[in-house]
Design a protein around this ligand. Structure first.
Ligand code: SAM
Ligand code: DTB
Ligand code: SF4
Length: 323
């Protein structure tokens, strides 16, 4: 196992600028020392409440501030969610992530129902994950008691670039929710989006912030922007694929034990580039034809790719069982 050395911003900057093949080589060695390199965590996402969100996140199809075409949906029924979770389990997923287009969690019937969903999913033997917006410590504790394994709450980009992307909430509010999740003893899933129009120094700053969290996130989702029509980012230039690989390699080097999760944007990424990302340390993907509101590769394509590479799906709760 690799010891974690926290790095300064200057050190992360120097690391980021190393030759790409050196980075991939080092990331790959660190990955192999800490994980089974021929194993992939398969996860399924479900949007349990879609659209109508009051936050103004510039990339998001679900924001009321944007004009994306979207079928809004009220909070799903618990049984329907559990039916989807069963299907996800049958198709090989071991983590089930429920997303709601809420700016924050409010106590009441809707939250009670989400707690029931979490209990049902975790009783099925799946790792239950939620992403519901901002959260108090008491709400995090209720989710923990219901059996929640992880809470997804992204920083999205650097502190410096943040207000070019979102103005209705602050970086510090995001960090506060993450703190509440940690206090409740829930694993943190926290990452960002590449291709928002940020500069290289913003990607470096985000990786620096994530790797200096205490504890380091259990999971870091790396989203590639899915440009959604009707959002201010619909015409964003596509990020160079080697920049994406570079970020994955740096994430793996800085956070040896973390699950590095390839999230949005895989549909537009070649299988060769994904294989390079796996070599550089990515070890979790979302499967199923839909993310929350945007398309994802078909299940057969993903399982086909893993089979070609000789990669096996990872068992649920592997860390707990090893401890
Ligand atoms: N409302 C909650 C929140 O913002 O925390 C949870 C749902 S939100 C859709 C989950 C994450 O998906 C966002 O934090 C963002 O990183 C990612 N995301 C949303 N739209 C995206 C897009 N078009 N492309 C890439 N990532 C996106
Ligand atoms: C994360 O970082 N990526 C996932 C998950 N956490 C919830 C969501 C990606 C959403 C992509 C856009 C959409 O489908 O609406
Ligand atoms: Fe709302 Fe989350 Fe979309 Fe932001 S990313 S608009 S908070 S659903």
């Amino acid at each position: 196992m690799t010891e974690i050395h926290r790095k300064t911003l200057d050190e992360v900057t120097a690391l980021y600028h190393r030759p790409l093949l050196d980075l991939i080589h080092e990331a790959s060695s660190i990955h192999r020392a800490n994980h089974d390199a021929n194993e992939m965590q398969m996860c399924t996402l479900l949007s349990i409440k879609t659209g109508g969100c009051t936050e103004d996140c510039g990339y998001c199809s679900q924001s009321l501030h944007n004009k994306a075409e979207l079928d809004k949906e009220i909070l799903m029924k618990t049984d329907d969610v559990l039916e989807q979770a069963r299907k996800a389990k049958e198709s090989g997923s071991t983590r089930f992530c429920m997303g709601a287009a809420w700016p924050r969690v409010l106590d009441g019937k809707a939250f009670d129902r989400v707690c029931d969903m979490v209990k049902g999913v975790s009783d099925m033997g799946l790792e239950a994950c939620c992403t519901l917006g901002m959260l108090t410590e008491a709400q995090a504790k209720r989710l923990k008691d219901a059996g929640l394994s992880a809470y997804n709450h992204n920083l999205d980009t650097s502190r410096e670039f943040y207000d070019k992307v979102i103005t209705t909430r602050s970086y510090d509010e995001r960090l506060e929710t993450i703190e509440n999740v940690v206090k409740a003893g829930i694993n943190v899933c926290c990452g960002g989006i590449l291709g928002l129009g940020e500069k290289e120094e913003d990607r470096i700053s985000l990786l620096h912030t994530l790797s200096n969290m205490n504890p380091q996130p259990e999971s870091v989702p790396i989203n590639m922007l899915v440009p959604v029509k009707g959002t201010p980012m619909e015409d964003n230039a596509r990020l160079d694929i080697f920049e994406w690989i570079r970020c994955i390699a740096v994430a793996r080097i800085l956070m040896p034990k973390t699950m590095v999760r390839l999230s949005a944007g895989r549909l537009e990424i070649s299988k060769e580039a994904q294989a390079l990302a796996f070599l550089a340390g990515a070890n979790a993907i979302f499967t199923g034809e839909k993310l929350l509101t945007t398309p994802n590769p078909e299940k057969d394509a993903d399982y086909g790719l893993l089979a070609e590479l000789g990669i096996k799906p990872r068992a649920p709760f592997k860390e707990e069982q090893a401890a």
